[in-house]
Design a protein around this ligand. Structure first.
Ligand code: C5P
Length: 221
């Protein structure tokens, strides 16, 4: 049904100086399974844009990036005629405004690092979304998960938000299983704990349901 899909995956890495960086615990496993499941569904073109990870799907065009700014540039270079965008990447919310060209010395007891916000790629895509495009995001929350999830779904104009609560019993990052909720406009559905490969199957099933509901049929893009 879909000719061209774009998937982002992994963390982004924001350099501070030649040896240090800001990043997060994303392993890239979920994005990897989402891409592999797309292959099984005979989608002709899968564009996979990923931060540093060892989980790279085979036989898929992989575009490797480091920073959120690079991810943003590659996403907008490749988004033309894409029918489904799945933003699995854990994009770093903040970056340093200046890169220190030399290793910062530990000369004082305390130091303050200034950070500035990265652009929100999904928000930008959501603003420009066309009627025949499907936009999927992922979010990990530790508190007020449904309130935050519903706000993000609406703000970023998503068709589906895959939401998980990060807790001791469900760490989410760097493990093989996850317990997630599917948030769509007007509905919250809890999925039982399952392998990330099975979450990918459910995500694609849901995307195909959304396409049918939106009456997105063959090769409209
Ligand atoms: O707001 P939050 O970071 O929780 O939203 C998560 C979703 O937004 C993910 O799909 C992520 O890929 C995307 N995102 C983004 N650009 C950012 C931050 C998050 O595209 N700067």
């Amino acid at each position: 049904m879909f000719d061209r899909v774009l998937i982002t995956s992994g963390p982004t890495v924001e350099p501070i100086d030649p040896v240090r960086y800001i990043s997060n615990r994303s392993s890239g496993k979920t994005g990897f399974h989402i891409a592999n499941e797309a292959k099984k569904r005979n989608i002709s073109e899968i564009i996979f844009i990923t931060g540093p990870t060892c989980y790279l799907p085979s036989e898929v065009r992989c575009i490797k990036v480091e920073t959120a700014m690079e991810m943003r540039a590659r996403v907008f270079e490749n988004i033309e005629n894409v029918s489904v965008v799945i933003m699995v990447a854990a994009v770093s919310d903040y970056k340093t405004p200046t890169y220190f060209p030399h290793k910062i010395k530990k000369n004082s007891e305390k130091m303050t690092l200034e950070l500035e916000k990265n652009p929100d790629i999904l928000l930008e895509i959501g603003i420009k979304k066309k009627d025949n495009q499907i936009l999927v995001g992922f979010a990990a929350e530790t508190e007020n998960i449904f309130e935050n999830g519903k706000r993000k779904l609406a703000e970023k104009n998503m068709d589906l938000l895959v939401l998980n609560e990060i807790s001791k019993s469900n760490p989410g990052f760097n493990v093989d299983t996850n317990e997630v909720y599917f948030l769509t406009p007007g509905e919250i559905k809890k999925l039982p704990r399952m392998n990330k490969s099975d979450i990918a199957v459910n995500v694609w099933d849901k995307i195909f349901d959304i396409a049918r509901d939106k009456k997105i049929y063959e090769r409209q893009f």
